[in-house]
Design a protein around this ligand. Structure first.
Ligand code: PGA
Length: 254
């Protein structure tokens, strides 16, 4: 039996934004989420954490980062530690986004270590898993997402119920092609089952869908029993669209 937890909608701005455009977007978002009955976060580029922390102050909007180092401190040029993120009020950090796996060579093992570093410093990792189009067409979807998830479970043990998972089929990211609600639900269900084998609290884990989630398709995706929210890229930069997705999420309990 799934517990009636609140849905979580997390925006992933990726490498977008400016001081000026962030100001307008976050002010509208803060006003828009005032009375909503779901959880909302924005994962912003590191240089803007301080700005967004200030703009969101006193609101229910949560702040997220898009990556975190697996190291605590030291000679790791360009890296940002979980402790540093905490100093800016960061609650979530995306780890293992497919763009980082693809363009920055992040392995399953590294993603697992990043999740561990985040958890150790009070940040909830949003662990991304998902297959490429070639893998889906080869019938390997289940094998790929299970392998990615298993690495994170292996390293994080009993803490695993503290993470957020995002199923993001790579072929759906930024392409306008969305997984159908049934395709997404099937993968979410198998991830939930895999988590259940590792923790007695798998029902607590938010499993988000990501990949061209939009104002038009959010309600049908979020109506699925194992889809507990969304990780939203492009549409999170358009305030009207993002607020519509949030409204769709609030209309249902996860
Ligand atoms: P998209 O991106 O919504 O633009 O497809 C989602 C993501 O990559 O997190």
């Amino acid at each position: 039996m799934t517990s009636p937890k609140k849905k979580l909608i997390a925006g992933n701005w990726k490498m977008n934004g400016s001081l000026e455009s962030n100001d307008a977007l976050v002010r509208s978002l803060v006003a828009g989420v005032k009375d909503v009955d779901c959880e909302v976060a924005v994962c912003v580029p590191s240089p803007y954490l301080a700005q967004v922390q200030m703009l969101k102050s006193g609101s229910k909007l949560e702040l997220g980062a898009q990556d975190v180092s697996c190291h605590a401190s030291g000679a790791y040029t360009g890296e940002v530690s979980a402790d540093m993120l905490r100093e800016f009020g960061v609650r979530y950090a995306i780890v293992g986004h497919s763009e980082r796996r693809q363009y920055h060579g992040e392995t399953d093992a590294l993603v697992a270590e990043k999740a561990k570093a985040a958890l150790a410093h009070g940040i909830t990792p949003i662990v991304c898993v998902g297959e490429t189009l070639a893998e889906r067409e080869a019938g390997q979807t289940e094998e790929v997402v299970k392998r990615q998830m298993a690495a994170v479970i292996h390293v994080n043990g009993h803490c695993i119920s503290e993470i957020v998972v995002a199923y993001e089929p790579v072929w759906a990211i930024g392409t306008g092609k969305t997984a159908t609600p049934e395709q997404a639900q099937a993968v979410h269900a198998l991830l939930r089952k895999q988590l259940s084998a590792a923790t007695g609290h798998a029902e607590r884990v938010h499993i988000l869908y990501g990949g061209s989630m939009s104002a038009a398709n959010a309600a049908s995706l979020l109506a699925q029993p194992d889809i507990d929210g969304g990780l939203v890229g492009g549409a999170s930069l358009k305030i009207a669209d993002f607020l519509q997705i949030i409204t769709a999420a609030c209309a249902q309990r996860a």
